[in-house]
Design a protein. Structure first.
Length: 254
């Protein structure tokens, strides 16, 4: 009798444990054909996605092929992920392009220097590196729109395969905003340095973090560099000034 009970309990436990597995097996690929049809329809809706193929297994969509621009890869992955019953997306799309890392870096740097003109670009300082088509953007910016804009510049650049976001968004501070304006006026309003204000990229960048000022950029001479630092230090309530300004070489000025 005891043996029969043990056998019954064992069979009951095994049956209970098997239910989730059976349900998973029965349901995992249930919507694959519908998902595949929807993805195929999506890929055919725009010419830019014609180089992409898709396969579906157990509600997971795998994307393969090539595109010219990273943002198209990102957007497609998001759209596929929103399709009904899709449980995940493996985005294996490659970005085509023959530009070297040096070429990509030069093009990106030129774009980033003038990004957000008219929106306080002189208060942002970005760093850039490109390795194997992957652009790493760092530095400090005043607000999130500045960070998002910089990332958008990189993801829409043909040939960029991926983007690493190491940008620090500085804390919101009314005191720092006030210092930014006053330091900018002290530097760009100076008789010697006023010519730098004519350049839309604002060659002297002013980063303010909790009252501490850091100056970045390129100036024409050691004297201009010294004047810029002196002007920043002259502003009341500035706790400290770090000088990261570089002096342009003769080849840079051409």
């Amino acid at each position: 009798m005891r043996n029969k009970r043990r056998m019954f309990v064992g069979l009951f436990v095994a049956a209970v444990l098997a239910i989730p597995a059976l349900a998973q097996t029965a349901g995992s690929g249930r919507y694959d054909q519908q998902i595949q049809d929807d993805v195929t329809k999506l890929l055919g809706s725009k010419d830019k996605w014609k180089g992409v193929t898709a396969s579906t297994e157990d509600a997971i969509v795998t994307l393969n092929g090539s595109l010219k621009i990273l943002i198209d890869k990102i957007d497609l992955g998001k759209k596929v992920d929103k399709i009904k019953n899709v449980n995940g997306v493996r985005n294996h799309i490659e970005i085509s392009g023959s530009a070297s890392d040096v070429e990509l870096k030069e093009k990106l740097a030129d774009k980033l220097r003038y990004d957000r003109v008219g929106y306080g670009i002189l208060f942002n300082n970005l760093t850039l590196d490109v390795q194997n088509g992957v652009a790493t953007i760092g530095g400090q910016v005043r607000d999130y729109p500045s960070r998002d804009s910089a990332i958008a510049v990189a993801t829409t650049m043909p040939g960029v395969k991926d983007v690493v976001d190491n940008i620090e968004v500085l804390p919101t501070s009314g005191m720092d905003d006030d210092l930014r304006i006053r330091v900018a006026r002290a530097i760009y309003g100076n008789n010697v340095l006023s010519r730098y204000a004519l350049d839309p990229q604002k060659p002297i960048r002013i980063v303010v973090d909790n009252g501490h000022v850091s100056l970045y950029g390129v100036v024409d001479s050691a004297m201009d560099k010294q004047i810029a630092v002196t002007q920043a230090k002259s502003v009341p309530n500035v706790f400290s000034v770090e000088d990261h300004l570089m002096v342009a070489t003769s080849s840079d000025k051409k």
